[in-house]
Design a protein around this ligand. Structure first.
Ligand code: ADP
Length: 872
């Protein structure tokens, strides 16, 4: 709710409302546009019905024609006749808006007529009101009540003043727009005496109140002047600090008041009873050449009023009790604030056209309310300030909306342009960076900057030149929560907030595109790499789907099989194989392998050619990768090797056997010289060495052919036999050969013949690399398994105290054809194959072999073999 209340719009509405309120209040307090305000308020003054109490006797053109151009210089007998006529017709008050300031000989006639009318014993009584006219308004006066004061006062000649019922100031107050709206309540004469305003004096006279008591009946209560003894209790005038009150306007003489020509009245040429009980105002009206005219609020109708008409309206106001009042200043300030802020808050949530419509509606509503209040309360609600509060707020909001919309549109356009450009650049980072920089430079002219992209292949783009000390803006390029890089913008001047926002928006908008482009480039790069590998691979590479359909195939396949690869894309691999004349059995085997295995190697033959087909299933992308390698030459080599071995075993071994047989026969010949005997011995040694090599090679071959038994082998028996076999050789060299082991021993699992071969090699080596008089011992040690229950392995130790093996040679000892050559052992004959064969055999049995040796002290070979497990 708080969020809603204080949304950005609400805040904007509030601030605009307050701003306009302050502006309007400033206008109000400084009195700006007062004339416009007054003219607007004139709208209130529409013609309205009068009480028909006031009749105007006009000193008009016919009267001027009859009695002379200057009414004040007329014979006073004309006025005496007028009074007499009016009294005869029953007028209650005759009020003169004509000042008889100069004495004339006929004054006595007029005095007499006034007296006669005033004290008419038989008929109606008519009272007379005479005018006073102040000149030179004094601004600073101090009286006991609010009043106007003039330096000088023009008064009727004393005789006339003495017989008049009341004297009243005819002065009016002109507003800045030249219109008369206010009448004085009290005037201070230069002698300090207080007199009533003319309308008030006339009205009180009409109410029968004598001049002497009139001022005392008027009580000031703050801004109100209360007329106490009146018939109706609420007769109140609203006066300002100078005692001025605002009267109403009912209309002009033409439509609101009865007007008769003075000449007609004097000549008795009027309808009888016209003046009965009326207030008769005598003054200039429709008198060409004589000027007594003022603008009135009704002037909106294009007319100005004569003084007598203004007085008529003021008197009518008093009769109808319709004096006007303005709104209290405090209330006016409150009203302006409420209207402006309320309107601001309301407009802030509307689209511009609704806002304008609402503003017009509100202005209309305010006007209606103002008119109703005027009509019912006689109160003047300020139209200008009310309209301003409502209208200016709307205009300012509209202006802000337009600016906002413009900047949003500009932003949208730039973003759109940026997105379009990004799309056009087909995801190329190289192309996108200059475009992005152009967009930024469009928002921030004369800028310089850098766009940096990190990643596997970093990019950087720089534009413009600006001193390095210039203020810089750094915006990170963030996409998918990852920082891709950064944009730095430099300008000589500081960036405006709008520019910052726009640049940030563009950079944010571009970031995902740059990320995509980067990913796309990486993917392209990866693709090209893979494609290169695939195409360049010397082996045939195929990619199959899980249905064995060929999806990709490199050129090597076609090249290898001398066929075009194209027709087979989308076909199953077996179609390709059939086309290559791979026989049915092989194809069936392959299909089974594809169905049951995930990694396999199959050999396929095409005529004389042999291929390995290696396949692996990449489960996560549901693809098989198949590599076809031509192994024809390998297969041929293998065949060659087999033939060679066959030749070794038969074709070489047999002649060697007969060579050795003949040497033996020759050695028995006693006739041979000792030198020949020695030569024969050398020959025999060489032949034996050769036989040993052949035997070792054959053993190796046999081992790799993988034919072997799996049976329990009693190691104690095996070693005992070996000791027995090597005993004579040991004795010959004065070597001690023996063994010890606990009984009974569990059998090991393996091939007895192979194991015998292995241990024979080890014992043979031990004797061979131990000088005469040395010692060779064999041990068997059952090794406990981890849980210590049944022994799992049997360890055989062959220990000698011979030449030993240098440290650096120990690692390579078990590789083929490796021989250690030290000073002591270099004369010893060997092939370097023995230990590699031993290792191969032990590995075949899933056992272990290692050596510990110190040069000159002897060697110990350790062999561990798994014990034969009885399967129930
Ligand atoms: P060879 O036919 O040379 O004996 P082997 O593979 O059996 O070939 O042995 C490799 C080398 O290991 C030998 O040349 C020898 O130097 C060394 N060697 C093997 N057994 C022993 C041993 N018990 N004491 C010292 N050296 C040995």
């Amino acid at each position: 709710m708080r969020g809603l209340m204080w949304s950005e719009r609400t805040q904007r509405g509030l601030s605009v409302g307050l701003m306009i309120a302050v502006l309007v209040l400033a206008m109000l307090s400084l009195g700006l546009f007062t004339s416009m305000r007054l003219t607007l308020n004139n709208l209130y003054f529409l013609p309205q019905a009068t009480s028909d109490t006031v009749v105007i006797v006009a000193i008009d053109n016919p009267s001027l024609a009859a009695y002379g151009r200057s009414p004040v210089q007329w014979s006073r007998t004309v006025y005496a006749d007028l009074i007499t006529q009016l009294n005869a017709d029953g007028a209650r008050v005759v009020a003169f808006d004509v000042l008889f300031a100069e004495p004339t000989p006929e004054d006595a006639v007029l005095v007499e007529a006034i007296q006669a009318a005033r004290f008419n014993p038989d008929g109606p009584r008519t009272r007379t009101v005479m005018p006073l006219d102040g000149t030179q308004l004094l601004l600073d006066i101090s009286t006991e009540r609010p009043a106007l004061a003039y330096r000088q006062t023009l008064a009727p000649v004393p005789e006339l003043a003495a017989v008049a019922d009341q004297l009243g100031y005819i002065n009016t107050v002109v507003d800045v727009d030249g219109a008369v709206r206010r009448a004085p309540s009290f005037m201070q004469a230069s002698d300090g005496a207080l007199h009533l305003g003319f309308s008030l004096a006339t009205y009180l006279t009409y109410s029968g109140i004598p001049a002497a008591v009139a001022p005392t009946l008027l009580e000031n209560e703050g801004a109100q002047l209360r007329i106490t003894p009146d018939l109706t209790p609420d007769r109140v005038l609203y006066v300002d600090e100078r005692g001025l009150w605002q009267h109403n306007y009912f209309g002009t003489s033409n439509d609101a008041f009865t007007v008769v020509s003075l000449r007609d009245v004097v000549q008795g040429d009027v309808v009888p009873g016209l003046f009965e009980d009326k207030i008769v105002l005598v003054g200039l009206l429709d008198a060409t050449g004589l000027v007594d005219r003022y603008n009135a609020p009704l002037a909106l109708q294009g007319q100005s009023l004569s003084g007598v008409e203004i007085h008529a309206n003021a008197i009518e106001t008093l009769i109808q009790q319709k004096p006007l009042r303005g709104v209290d200043p405090g209330a006016e300030v409150g009203l302006v604030i409420v209207l402006a802020v309320g309107a601001g808050l309301l407009y802030a949530h509307l689209r511009w056209y609704w806002m304008l419509a609402t503003a017009l509606g509100l202005i209309l509503l305010y006007s209606v309310v103002a008119f109703v209040v005027f009509d019912t309360q006689q109160m003047i609600l300020n139209l200008l300030y009310g309209w301003s509060a409502l209208g200016l707020t709307a205009l300012l909001m509209l202006g802000m909306n337009i600016t906002l919309e413009r900047s949003q549109r500009e932003r949208a356009e730039i973003l759109l342009h940026s997105v379009q450009a990004a799309a056009r650049q087909r995801l190329s980072v190289q192309n996108m960076l200059p475009h992005l920089s152009e967009d930024i430079a469009r928002i921030v002219p004369h800028s310089a900057g850098t766009i940096q992209l990190d990643g596997i292949e970093p990019h950087a783009y720089t534009w413009g030149t600006v001193p390095s000390a210039a203020p810089a803006l750094m915006i990170p390029l963030v996409a998918s929560g990852q920082t891709l890089g950064r944009v730095t913008v430099q300008t000589r001047a500081r960036l405006l907030p709008r520019q910052r926002r726009l640049v940030a928006a563009i950079v944010q908008g571009a970031a995902p595109h740059l990320e995509n482009a980067q990913l796309y480039e990486q993917a392209q790069h990866q693709n090209r790499l893979l494609e290169g590998i695939l195409t360049g691979a010397p082996s045939g590479v195929l990619v199959l789907d899980t249905e064995r359909c060929i999806r990709h195939m490199n050129d090597s396949v076609g090249y290898e099989f001398e066929t075009s690869a194209l027709p087979y894309i989308g076909q199953r691999i077996e179609h390709l194989l059939a086309a290559l004349h791979v026989d049915d059995d092989q194809r069936a085997r392959l299909i089974t392998a594809f169905q049951t295995e995930t990694v396999f190697r199959e050999e396929i033959r095409q005529g004389a050619r042999v291929y390995y087909l290696d396949a692996v299933l990449l489960a996560d992308i549901a693809r098989w990768v198949v590599i076809i390698s031509n192994v024809t030459s390998l297969a041929q080599l293998n065949m060659l090797k087999t033939r060679l071995l066959r030749m070794l075993s038969h074709d070489l071994k047999n002649p060697l056997g007969s060579i050795m047989g003949f040497i033996e026969i020759l050695q028995d010949d006693a006739a041979l010289s000792p030198q020949s005997q020695r030569f024969l011995g050398n020959m025999n040694g060489a032949a034996e060495h050769m036989l040993e090599i052949i035997n070792n090679i054959l053993d190796m071959e046999q081992l790799s052919a993988g034919k072997r038994d799996h049976a329990p082998v009693e190691m104690d028996d095996l070693l005992a036999q070996l000791i027995a076999r090597y005993e004579p050789e040991a004795e010959q060299n004065a070597q001690q050969l023996g063994g010890d082991w606990p009984t009974p021993l569990p059998p090991v699992a393996g091939d007895g013949r192979m194991l015998r071969q292995a241990f024979s090699n080890l014992v043979g080596n031990a004797l061979k690399y131990t000088p005469a008089g040395g010692r060779v011992r064999l041990h068997i040690q059952p090794q406990s398994s981890a849980d210590g229950a049944q022994p799992a392995m049997l360890r055989v130790v062959i220990e000698d105290n011979g030449y030993g093996i240098p440290r650096e040679a120990q690692d390579k000892l078990f590789t083929q054809f490796y021989r250690v050559r030290t000073a002591q052992t270099k004369h010893i004959r060997g092939t370097g194959l023995g230990l590699s064969l031993v290792k191969a055999i032990i590995d075949e049995h899933e056992g272990r072999i290692w050596v510990e040796s110190a040069e000159g002290q002897g060697s110990t070979f350790f062999v561990e073999l798994p014990i034969w497990q009885v399967v129930d």
